[in-house]
Design a protein around this ligand. Structure first.
Ligand code: 16G
Ligand code: ZN
Length: 532
């Protein structure tokens, strides 16, 4: 049965603020850090219960608010394979977080454990980490109270990136099995990635140094460590690494800033023409590249460009290895993918469009033998199915060229963090492809031309009335609006637009693209006018 007394006495120390409704959304619970204490405590208990439900497998908990402002914080659960929490548990998390007081919370827990048939006598293990936000330590303390209250064993992974935490969860749960993912430590992660990368670029000419904007967040710590492991193979220049300067996190820098502002972040050094640089977001699970051309003009290489670069390369490798009939490479995008990228990719490989949010992309990518998924915002990874991993490890190449390609594929699968989007791992993937193709940023950029686009947000009375279909590309409610959007879109050359409710903010988002910049802007504002 539930350790009611232990839970009660600790729960009383973490009362829920009365006026607030919490919701486990696409990125877990996320709001101002100062109101999250009760949520953290309850998530600690929930993580313990999830672990018990899954026979004592280790569950992950990440305390972060990613690219959001410094005063924000958040928490999300990670399932045993290093993936996002199973969707059906999101509602349970929301319900538990909103129980009014300790009595209601205990009653909710009891019903929950009974309905889900959780065997409370099972052991429970939770591994947790946090980013660099000032509200982090107190929130982790509340989380630890929850973990202790349910009698789970906690492991503190300290301050690290979201993708490292995902990696750890998978590594811990596969330890000693044939699917062992890697050593279950941050050093293990760094060793795994850097070793694979070094093999991938062995014999390639010297790679020019890479500026890495760390958003003044936790990525700075891991990027600095990675730089040591990489040494001369790839000289990283981590910048925006001020993790203790108040207000610096994600401020005028980082992947979200670059993507949404479509301009250079503030950097302490000047980029030379053609020099490539990249930005991580506040928890290092998103990556955006860019460079300035000879005229000083800014060029962004976003998640779509990363998908195009890497998917095409993996496709070429499978062909060169003689495996293209056995290993089917596919791409997963969302409605935000630039029309230019979708055209480029669908001429080469199967492309699937799914609703926004990592879990949708991840699950769709699992359906391919090798699934490449990226959101335009720079979050993405590559998944190798168990069958394709098996093929890679048993295949007998018949020529030296096939053998080389096979080895590259094997190392590619190692350099990529397959649990979740990982800025640093994706960066090594990009650098690998650039080195193999001898591409500059400009050559990479010219794979296809981005259509000019505009994203605007509209504050509406109730975003929940906005319902979409066809992977968020069409609006079915409120009635009548989609027909008007269609009407507008037809009037613009290369026009495309869609409206969707945000899953993280109380707004509706409007995206539009067209062949000409001014037209994309105009289309976006006119569509916004329809929903306002
Ligand atoms: C969350 C999602 C991200 C998505 C974004 C969209 C995860 C881990 N993160 O940050 O993938 O792009 O939400 O936000 O799923 P929106 O619904 O407010 O547009
Ligand atoms: Zn993030």
């Amino acid at each position: 049965s539930l350790p009611v007394d232990a839970i009660r006495s600790l729960a009383d120390q973490h009362p829920k603020p009365s006026h607030i409704h919490f919701q486990y959304g696409t990125a877990g619970f996320r709001t101002k850090g100062e109101i999250l204490d009760s949520v953290m405590f309850r998530v600690g208990i929930l993580a313990g219960l999830r672990s018990k439900k899954l026979d004592g497998k280790t569950i992950g908990v990440m305390v972060t608010a990613s690219h959001n402002p410094e005063p924000d914080n958040g928490v999300k659960l990670v399932d045993p394979r290093g993936e996002m929490l199973e969707t059906s548990w999101e509602a349970h998390a929301t319900a538990l977080a909103n129980a009014k007081n300790t009595d209601e919370f205990l009653a909710a827990l009891d019903t929950f454990a009974t309905t889900l048939k959780i065997d409370l006598s099972k052991p429970a293990k939770v591994v947790y980490a946090r980013d660099t936000r000032p509200s982090g330590p107190a929130l982790v303390a509340a989380l630890e109270d929850g973990i202790a209250a349910i009698g789970a064993e906690g492991r503190d992974a300290g301050i690290t990136t979201t993708p490292v935490l995902h990696y750890l969860v998978r590594a811990i749960n596969t330890k000693g099995t044939k699917d062992e993912y890697g050593e279950d430590s941050e050093e293990g992660y760094l060793r795994k990635l850097s070793a694979a990368f070094k093999k991938l670029v062995a014999g390639k000419s010297v790679i020019p140094p890479l500026v890495v904007d760390c958003a003044n967040g936790v990525g700075a710590k891991v990027a600095n460590e990675l730089a040591e492991y990489l040494g001369d193979k790839l000289r990283l220049i981590p910048v925006n690494t001020s993790t203790t300067t108040p207000g610096a996190l994600n401020n005028a820098c980082g992947a979200d800033f670059v993507k949404t502002q479509q301009k250079l972040p503030s950097l302490p050094i000047e980029l030379k023409p053609g020099q490539r640089a990249c930005s991580l977001d506040g928890d290092a699970d998103r990556l955006i590249y860019y460079y300035l051309d000879d005229r000083g003009q800014f060029h962004m290489l976003d998640g779509d460009k990363i998908a195009a670069l890497s998917a095409a390369f993996i496709g070429e490798l499978t062909k060169a290895a003689g495996l293209d009939s056995k290993i089917r490479v596919g791409i997963v995008q969302t409605a935000y993918a630039n029309g230019g990228s979708t055209k480029y990719l669908s001429e080469r490989l199967p492309v699937k469009c799914v609703p926004t949010g990592v879990k949708h992309l991840h699950h769709a990518a699992e359906k391919f033998d090798v699934g490449v998924y990226f959101e335009a915002n720079g979050h993405g990874t590559v998944l190798f199915s168990p069958q394709s991993q098996e093929i890679l490890s048993t295949y007998q190449p018949s020529t030296p060229a096939q053998s080389t390609a096979l080895n590259h594929l094997i190392n590619f699968a190692e350099v990529i963090n397959q649990t979740v989007g990982d800025a640093l791992s994706d960066m090594l993937m990009v650098e690998t492809v650039l080195a193999h193709k001898s591409y500059s940023g400009e050559e990479w950029d010219s794979l296809y031309v981005d259509l000019p686009n505009r994203l605007v947000k509209v504050v509406v009375a109730d975003r929940n009335v906005f319902k979409t279909e066809d992977a968020e590309r069409r609006l079915i409610n409120p009635p009548g609006i989609q027909a008007k959007i269609d009407d507008l879109v037809h009037r613009y050359e290369g026009g495309r637009a869609f409206v969707r409710p945000s899953g993280t903010e109380d707004v509706v988002r409007v995206y539009a693209e067209a062949t000409v910049r001014t037209q994309a802007d105009e289309l976006a504002y006119r569509v916004a006018g329809l929903v306002y």
